[in-house]
Write a protein that binds this ligand. Structure first.
Ligand code: CAA
Length: 241
């Protein structure tokens, strides 16, 4: 069996493509999911990848969930922090719950997942941590003060942990997808997507989840051992940081 990889939000959208690509590359994959049982069971039946339900915004839930995964599959050597939500609203209409939900799920989850796993990775002198940030954490996005703040935070977290972990053989990198063809982007009002977003993408199309998954597989590989603390954009040229 290959290395164990754990993907949060791994049963839908970009996460599902990441789980499948890692399995195809020989990893023993566990896919965490937050709430959609039906989608998770369908994903499991189609892929044979085991699914684990817990809320990544809870430290206790992450600790318990990781314990279960490690009991079932062995020590996690590759962690992909992919789980994320949107609660878009202009700040002047944003409710505190919309702010808190996005910060806790999209940023708090990095602490909640990495903290229980980092000691084992340090002891084994190997680890790959890949954080899925966003173009909107790099450039900001109207209607997304919560999401942009969390995703920018993911980049800072990545750089700090990369410095702490390099000598222990652990790489920590962030990927910033642009607008990818998933339910999250399909939920953007159609006129906004067509008039305000698509025209800004030089490739003239949305990205596909598999185009992010291939970056993850590379970063997880031994070949990527010298890449750490980096922020890799995959956005069709929409933003060049
Ligand atoms: N870029 C540029 N202009 C935008 C915009 C965007 N992303 N979103 C909205 N606008 C414009 C609208 O076209 C509209 O312009 P006009 O007044 O000229 O018609 C104006 O802003 C106000 O928009 P709404 O009438 O929709 O105002 P609202 O208060 O009802 O909603 C909103 C505002 C919450 C921002 C809503 O428009 C929205 O959800 N926009 C999409 C925001 C977005 O891009 N979210 C990304 C989700 S995908 C994702 O997050 C994945 C990822 O990592 C990339």
């Amino acid at each position: 069996m290959g290395r164990v990889a754990l993907v949060t939000g791994g049963s839908r959208g970009i996460g599902a493509a990441i789980s499948k690509a890692l399995k195809a590359a020989g990893y023993s994959v566990a896919a965490n999911y937050g709430g959609n049982d039906e989608a998770a069971q369908k994903f499991k039946a189609e892929t044979g990848i085991p699914v684990y339900k817990w809320d990544v915004s809870s430290f206790e839930a992450c600790s318990e969930g990781i314990k279960q995964v490690e009991t079932d599959l062995g020590p996690v050597e590759v962690l992909v922090n992919n789980a994320g939500i949107t609660r878009d609203a202009m700040l002047h209409r944003m409710k505190p719950e919309q702010w808190t939900a996005v910060i806790n799920t999209n940023l708090g989850s990095l602490f909640n997942m990495c903290r229980p796993l980092i000691e084992g990775m340090r002891a084994r002198k190997f680890g790959r941590i890949i954080n899925i940030s966003s173009i909107n954490g790099q450039k900001g996005q109207m209607g997304q003060t919560n999401y942009s703040a969390a995703k920018a935070g993911d980049i800072g977290f990545t750089k700090a942990l990369a410095q702490e972990s390099a000598k222990a053989g652990i790489t920590v990198n962030a990927i910033c997808p642009g607008y990818i063809n998933t339910e999250m982007v399909q939920a953007v009002p159609k006129d906004v997507l067509e008039k305000a977003i698509l025209p800004l993408i030089p490739t003239g199309r949305l990205g596909e989840p598999e185009e992010i998954a291939r970056v993850v597989v590379f970063l997880a590989s031994d070949d990527a051992g010298f890449i750490t603390g980096s922020t890799i954009a995959a956005n069709g040229g929409q933003y060049m940081a």
